[in-house]
Design a protein around this ligand. Sequence first.
Ligand code: ADP
Length: 662
Amino acid sequence: MDVGELPVRRRIRDRFRQEGIETLYPPQRAAVEAGICDGNNLVAAIPTASGKTLIAELAMVTADGPSLYMCPLRALAREKHETFDALPGVDAGLATGEYDSPAEELATYDIVVATSEKVDSAIRNGASWVDDLACVVVDEVHLLGSDRRGPTLEVTVATLRRRAPEAQLVALSATVANPEDVAEWLDADLVESTWRPVELRTGVYADGRVAFDDGAVQPVDAGSETVADAPEERAHEQPTKATSRLIEETVGNGGQALSFVRSRREAETLAERFARSGIAERHTTGGNDSAVADEIRAIDGTATGERLADCVRSGVAFHHAGLGSEHRAAVETAFRNREIACLCATPTLAAGVNLPARRVVVRDLKRYTGSAMEWLPVLEVHQMCGRAGRPHLDPYGEAVLVGDCDSPEELTRRYVEGDPEAVASNLADRSSLRTHTLSLVATGFADTPREILDRFDGTFYASRTPSPDLSGDVATVIEDLAEMELVRASGTSADARLSATELGTQVSRQYVRPETGTRIVRGVETIGRMQTDGGSVTQLTALEVVCDTTDMQDTYLGNRERADMYRFARRRSEELTTGMNDADDFERWLESVKTARILAEWIDGASVETLVESYRIGPGDLESRVSRAEWLLGAGDAIAGVVGVDTPIFESTRQELVERQE
Ligand code: ADP
């Protein structure tokens, strides 16, 4: 099907052509045939790079009213916003400040791009624009199965369907085992395909050769690193050496490569090793000039930045969530511009921005999960592999699994021949159910247990469970919420009247979890007593409260730091709301004190470099904690207002954080 045949305005067709889209890819054609331009619901489960964006665009530009595009990550949302806003005659708005209050002006856009958390938060705060939506696109719908995001996504979609029952629903998914279940949930047609614009070969490396899924067995060039000659030694050759050879081969042929490893440290170590051995030098379009390296060095003075710049000078880079966002963006741009030939990354990159390469090498297929080394999910590995092959640039893409010391047969069986996991709901998880039950009551969408169950009826959970009975769980959760003084119940029957307390309403509006709300209440009450007793309420006090909640990320506390952190907590105990002997879980509390201390020093002017150095966190970790702290301090201030404790400490600390940021 030619772009000229699409039922969209000419300017939009021209724009598609400008992007190099002349003929629709087969899955896109299938989507048009399934009525994507006529308002029909559709689930498209197709591989990475097979053109999901165009499917979404066609639905949104032909919709008879405003559209919402929901995606899981802020970086992705920014990327999509830019794409949609560039469509002629389309005004696209972006709502990514995940935790800030919703802007009613979102109602003025043709397309709103937002994370599902942002949409959930907007709904809780009374956004009425969702009632007028004519089209809702849910990107990465396979994330329904993820811990916290999943339940938010399904409840938000269920709510949107009630609020805008006429809206067209389009869900975009990676290839999963049960896309038909998602389609059934959404009353949608299914377009399922494994078609890719660039052929993908997946292989498993063993003993100097890669066995591909098409039956080909390909020897790998020896590479410049020393490799043992004796066959028995070669058999035990380290996976890193194999990875190095696989990368060098691709880069030497003028291609770009991605290498996935299990941890941030591994990503950095591998990139530095490649830089030292010079495998990517001379192969980048920048001719190894140092412009990108200088740019990276200029971003901040951290040791990480230095190391990254040194790597970039040799044509390689590392990429993980611990990097500051500017460093990450610089690396992504440089890779796209082919100024970097090889990127060593953690698996998060595969789920994020679109950075294809000719060859993907997955070195680590197991990850430490806190108790044991576990196999990565098949879906995750497929997403990494799916990054191989750049349309218009590579004749084909290649993904090679190396693995630690696992037998190649196991890797083949599990990841090459094996199917990805099925998407399953996580809604029955108690903490999620509590959060969403409170939200339904606080927003007035439900005021009896029966109505709550009815609202959950539209979820993926309900559609997948033969006779879904959440009534026992919902009753328990209502009891929890009543005990937390967030909800009032007039009885225990299915028709008992439920209402949110003022505190419950505020907790829901501030978009914090119920557990976080009650922790803040305890903190606020202690602060009230400290103020009356003439105690010393400082920034550290407010920060300790918000850092000791389940909504703040954990900060790893190493053994060597522990004693120092303990002394710090003792020395400053007058300022803390938790006594040294009072924490339920002392270790976790000490981690919270560490986070609070880092943030307090940040406000006092400590540089990123110093904090990164002293506390062994990544610049990206500091950024994410600062933005969470801003949000949670705002919630602290609002909750103090409800509890009736007059304290400026949350707001003033928040202000200091904001100013320090600027
Ligand atoms: P994904 O399915 O991963 O979201 P995208 O929608 O980002 O993939 O598309 C990947 C690339 O393919 C983009 O650069 C896009 O411009 C290009 N593309 C999409 N559809 C076509 C087409 N029909 N013809 C040529 N290029 C296309």
